[in-house]
Design a protein around this ligand. Sequence first.
Ligand code: SF4
Length: 290
Amino acid sequence: MKPLWTFENWLSRSREEGLSLAEVILKKEMEATGAKKDEIMDGLEERLQVMRESLKAGLEREKTTPGGMIKDESKTLNHFFSNNRPITGSGVIKTAIYAIAIGQENAGMGRIVAIPTGGSAGIVPGVFFSIAEDKKLSDDQLKEGLLIAAGVGMVVGEKMGMAGASGGCQAECGVAAGMAAAGALFLLGGRGEEVFQAFALAVKNMLGLVCDPVGGLVEVPCVKRNGFAAVQALLAIDLVRGGLKSVIPPDEVVDAMADIARLLPSALKETAQGGLAQTKTGLNLSERLQ
Ligand code: SF4
């Protein structure tokens, strides 16, 4: 039987072959698809451009989403914080605004990159673009970060599905936060195991997060949740940079998430039968939609 693709053997392959973590994923993708390096990098460039366009569109969006629950959140925030200092810090609020902007685009049926899903599409680009602006990172560097995010998705995908309907929101926003943390730490010079530690710290704090969209639409709580998850990724990066480690190893964090996915009742897996979807307001909104 083919061995599972895990963080541990990703790291071993990197050490044994003298490749960076990003190069391991590039090579693995070339082996799996037969594609040439340039073709894969061009595909990543294309995705990066879509992410950039979705961010721009989200920041300018004023149109109400189909369910009427989201409108111009990122624009409103941008306006306020262009004249007011955030309590959290300028990099933190910028990251949250970017993630929310792309989340809005998804909710408004705009074009996004599902990384790993549409509902969580703002988290990785929100973190990457915010850091890229501050650190003046190039697109070539961002593409390496995307390779790391893709590799994280491969590891998780070996053990569980990344959809709210199968694993709850931990599988969407939680995994996206882990992808963003690992990818961005790599962009910031993190190497080896610490990249996976960033994943572990970000995801551990989102284990058990339920999927409870009001009216079954990817609007509430999804859009704002993108902002929160992106900030979670930033904190995971700084905790690792500051020397902290997850006591539970990254691969075991994935095991725990897969276990929780199995244990979560279906009412909390995108069916809108529990959580926020079943609050008085959630039900009223849902009824209005129908
Ligand atoms: S609450 Fe459900 S639908 Fe919304 S982002 Fe999370 S997993 Fe996706």
